[in-house]
Structures are given as structure tokens and as C-alpha cells.
Design a protein around this ligand. Structure first.
Ligand SMILES: [Cu+2]
Length: 294
């Protein structure tokens, strides 16, 4: 899918290389989080975000081309038809060729945008042959996660309080019990809301899905590299809306299995699962620890 979109985008690859950042060595845990002076989209942690970045690049360059074209046209007209050089104004009010052209060309541009756009929407819609399922429930004001394929344990996820932040943790983004996923697995995400509409939004994994009371919506995620991917509820859901950060930790499959085993045991004892074992070792330092802690 990425390849298809990149093909359509043409220049997408350049954008992706720039976006995914020089700081991210191949295989190193990556950090999906806002960065100081970040100008583009967040770095991509998986195929869905790759596809979104490609499509974004395509639309960006179309906008650049149109803007330059209109600017040049304006300068040309202002210069060429100024009163001094062109004292008798044209009285032309209709021009069939021109009118057809300025109708057809925008339609073609829209078609060029629409085809990859619809492709992307259907690509994001659901996982083909998902490896596992995670249930995500938005609640006022925390996240509730369930792993139906791994013993049906569940837990709540709250932000780490500012005073309790440890090195590498990010204020208003780090949580006590992160969502843990295995690297490279296609994960079906089923969302629902307990009370009001929330939204499960993790930019670096390319996912945003509403959690609506009484309804179950489906989407999917896949992280191709180990890392920490941050997000937030991005639906204004009440006074403590800010209290709903999302932290997704993508870990190697063995570590994921160990974590689920630990989580099941602890769930049976009424305890939260906590982070995966190597969480602190694998914690990539944000570029702006001082800033994040402020
Ligand atoms: Cu919310």
C-alpha cells in the first residue's frame, strides 16, 4: 500500500526521509512525540503513518504548484495589463476554451487527490488478517484497555503526575500503564466510549478513532520499530480532557508475551500490569527533556 501511494505521490519519498528524521537510526527505539520546532508531521512508526505522510506530501506539492502558478499569473497580469502599457481595456467576457480549461483542470487535480485519498481511507479502515485485538475504551477521564486475545485482562491508564516524572518521561504524555504492543503485528483496535465521545489519537502510528458510547468502531495499528508512541484524546470530552494522554510501547514479541503473562497474573491479583520489563532501558530520551518537564 505504501508503495502504491508513494508511486502516486512521486515526491513522497523525499518527504518521508526528511520526516522520519536523521536522529532515528535503523533499529533503535524510536520516539513518536512532538518535538521542539517540529515543522512537519511526526515521524512515522508504521505503515499507516507512512501512507499518511506520502499522501500529505502529494497534496503539499500540489498546493505549492498551484500557489506558484497563481502568483506568477497575478504578477504577469498586473505587469502586462497595467494602464500605462495597455490603455484600452479588453471587453472580453466569455472565452469557451478558457472556461472549459479552468473547469477541467481543477477537476483533474481533484481526481488526482481523490484516488489516493480514498485508497488511504480504506487502508486505515481495518486490518486485513489482524494478528490480535485490543479494546480501547475512553472514559471520563482516563483510558481503559482490554486484551481479549491474551487472557482478557484489562487495566486503566492515567498520566504520570508532573512531580513524579522520571528521566525520559514527558509531562502530560507519559502514563502509568502504557498500552503495550508487539512490533510488526497488525493489531485490530476496537473503540467504544463509556460516557461521552473521546478519541483515540496516536499521530506517529497514524491512528485516530472516536470512542462513542453505545457503538464499537474498528481501526488498526502496526508499529514496525520498537519505540514509544505518544498520543492524546483529541476530542474535547470535558473538564479533565487533558488527563487522557496515550502511551503506546512497541516491544519485541518475546517481551510482549512476557508482559502479557505478567499482566494476567497481576490482573488476577487486582493489580495493574505496569510497563513492560525493559521499559526503562528501552526508553528513548526525548530531545527536550528539560522542556518536557517544565
Ligand atoms: Cu477524552
Amino acid at each position: 500500500m505504501t508503495a502504491r501511494l508513494s508511486g502516486a505521490a512521486g515526491l513522497g519519498l523525499l518527504g518521508l526521509v526528511l520526516a522520519s528524521g536523521a536522529a532515528l537510526a535503523q533499529g533503535a527505539p524510536m520516539l513518536g512525540a512532538p518535538q521542539e520546532w517540529g515543522m512537519g508531521l511526526q515521524a512515522s512508526g508504521g505503515p499507516i503513518k507512512d501512507a499518511i505522510s506520502s499522501f500529505n506530501t502529494l497534496v503539499f506539492w500540489i498546493i505549492v504548484a498551484i500557489t506558484i502558478f497563481v502568483f506568477i499569473l497575478l504578477v504577469y497580469v498586473v505587469w502586462k495589463y497595467r494602464a500605462e502599457a495597455h490603455p484600452t481595456p479588453s471587453r472580453t467576457s466569455h472565452n469557451t476554451v478558457l472556461e472549459i480549461a479552468w473547469t477541467v483542470v481543477p477537476v483533474l487535480i481533484l481526481v488526482v487527490i481523490a484516488i489516493p485519498s480514498f485508497r488511504l481511507i480504506y487502508y486505515q479502515d481495518r486490518a486485513v488478517d489482524a494478528d490480535m485485538t485490543i479494546n480501547v475504551q475512553g472514559r471520563q477521564w482516563y483510558w481503559h484497555y482490554a486484551y481479549p486475545d491474551h487472557g482478557a485482562f484489562t487495566f486503566d491508564s492515567y498520566p504520570v503526575q508532573t512531580a513524579e516524572l522520571q528521566a525520559g518521561q514527558i509531562r502530560n504524555l507519559s502514563v502509568d500503564n502504557p498500552l503495550v504492543i508487539p512490533v510488526g503485528a497488525s493489531i485490530r483496535i476496537l473503540t467504544t466510549g463509556q460516557d461521552v465521545i473521546h478519541s483515540f489519537f496516536v499521530p506517529s502510528l497514524g491512528v485516530q478513532k472516536y470512542t462513542i458510547p453505545g457503538r464499537t468502531l474498528e481501526t488498526w495499528i502496526r508499529a514496525d520499530r520498537p519505540g514509544v508512541y505518544y498520543g492524546q484524546c483529541n476530542q474535547i470530552c470535558g473538564v479533565n480532557h487533558w488527563f487522557m494522554p496515550i502511551e503506546v510501547r512497541a516491544v519485541p514479541r518475546e517481551e510482549f508475551e512476557a508482559w502479557t503473562a505478567q499482566a494476567r497474573t497481576r490482573f488476577a491479583e487486582g493489580l495493574p500490569p505496569g510497563p513492560p520489563p525493559s521499559a526503562l532501558a528501552a526508553q528513548p530520551a526525548p530531545l527536550n527533556v528539560a522542556e518536557a518537564r517544565r
